[in-house]
Design a protein around this ligand. Sequence first.
Ligand SMILES: Nc1nc2c(ncn2[C@@H]2O[C@H](COP(=O)(O)OP(=O)(O)OP(=O)(O)O)[C@@H](O)[C@H]2O)c(=O)[nH]1
Ligand SMILES: [Zn+2]
Length: 292
Amino acid sequence: MTDTAQIIASHGRSYIIELPDGSTRVASARGKKTDFACGDRVAIKVTNAEQAVIEKALKRDTLLYRSDAWREKLIAANVTQIIVVVAPVPSFFDELIGRCLIAAEDAGIRPLILLNKCDLPEAEAARGRLAYYRELGYGVVELAATEDISPLNGWLADHVSVLVGQSGMGKSTITNALIPEARARVNDISVALDSGKHTTTNATLYHLEPGADLIDSPGLQSFGLAHVTAENLPRLMPEFRERLGQCRFHNCRHRHEPGCAILGAVKEGTIPESRLQLLHRLQDELAAAQTY
Ligand SMILES: Nc1nc2c(ncn2[C@@H]2O[C@H](COP(=O)(O)OP(=O)(O)OP(=O)(O)O)[C@@H](O)[C@H]2O)c(=O)[nH]1
Ligand SMILES: [Zn+2]
């Protein structure tokens, strides 16, 4: 009998799926297909009390992924909010935040920045580094997951959220603070998937309350955006989006063109140089990716 289910954990080619009755099965995909993500709703065939086979993914509302010229790495499907977790220590990369925000805008997912470890003295400097993102209109929430997770609660209601960020920013700590049984779940999943070691799976979905889910994803060091089109890029960065059409040349690349509204804004200090550099780097990356 064909049934529908949701992928709640993924690890390589193995998945844990949750059936409508709340029971779970270990599942693998039929054939060579592996492009399923945590959060995907799938058509399945239950094999027995433990196992099932995934026939196909059902239509996705959203898909968050990263990519380079050669391959795509799916992060999560059907999420409505991406929570970019940063912390004062270890130090975070602005570049990664910028890229996560662009990926979110491209996928039509609401981005939220979470500054964790606010109990540390270095938090003030980190807060300063995030001020510009607030100015752009992005939500920024501050907390110390080891002390009090409640500042996040209001942001999670009615959303399927995915936590992303560099290693060590505190994603697991946040997950465990929100879902006390999460640690045990991760262990159960590792055993069920027979992954041998107790490293995190690619991603794991937890139910928080009716209508609110949370997906924890492994730490990342880079975020390739080869799937974004160069033409679209400025539309995915709010300060460039609002100046579109203001450059003298309609095909302005915002490099050296006279009458460029964006270069003008950088010159007068309204847009930080680093944001223009990110735009240029991404333009260059996309041009290089197209030549493969
Ligand atoms: N001081 C302080 N330390 C924290 C806080 N949250 C997490 N940590 C510590 O930061 C370290 C990294 O936290 P994790 O939750 O493992 O980080 P992660 O983002 O899940 O890292 P990966 O699993 O590598 O992706 C741990 O030693 C935590 O105890 C916080 O709010 N304050
Ligand atoms: Zn321009």
